[in-house]
Design a protein around this ligand. Sequence first.
Ligand code: BTN
Length: 268
Amino acid sequence: MTDMKFDQTTISNAVHTKWAGKTVHFAKEVDSTNEWAKKLGKEGAVHGTLAVAEFQSAGKGRLGRRWTAPPGSSIMMTILVRPDFEPQYAPMLTIVMGLSVAQAAQEMGVDTSIKWPNDVVVSRKKICGILTEMSMEENKIRYVVIGVGINVNLEELPEELADKGTSLYLETGKKYDRNMMLASVMEHFEKNYERFVKTCDLSLLQEEYNDMLANYEQPVRILDPLNPYEGIAHGINRKGELIVEKQDGTKVCVSAGEVSVRGLYSYV
Ligand code: BTN
């Protein structure tokens, strides 16, 4: 299965959507598919354009970190969208994509959940990272690129990532067709995106998201640097904030990006 072809033709043949991933650019190697998609965006790439690479020489993670994966092991891709909505709603697209990846992995038969806000986890370890970047012009969105790295057939992880990260292969012992997985992510993303833009919030996706939330109705620890606290996670609201009920009964809406949330005894 690892030898299964993964290129522009096999991807295009697998994707059956209206716009998400309809135009596919594939490269054996790029610096970063996010950088590539931004370049395509400047050149006028259409809504739904997808840039995929077998290897990234300068893959980017959140908070200035690097994202690396050996060729043949992963899905590294970036979808470009051109939404009409106001820029303030764009960060929620990361959650829309996280849900889409989780649904695709679930569909491949893997027991998958989400660690708020957008870590897709299998056996309490992360299989996917998402990096969303936006380009604006006169206070309007020019395009948004959503970069996704999914550890599909990765056979080992660098030691420093092994306690928090894993791959579908490491958890199930099976190798997966990356074309199928990518296509399934595109199908779910298209459906979820169309529901998102109806309201510019997550109200139409909230229930499905909360159904997959790893810590739903469970105790969590909010790692607020000044004032860490514990509470019960009641799922996300329509803005994607995590509703946490503190021990004294008060409810707090925690915004993504501000603090980290953990299970009481582990990363999830
Ligand atoms: C994270 O830190 O969790 C986000 C990682 C995002 C990695 C993906 S791989 C494809 C795309 N291109 C990049 O350079 N980064 C994203």
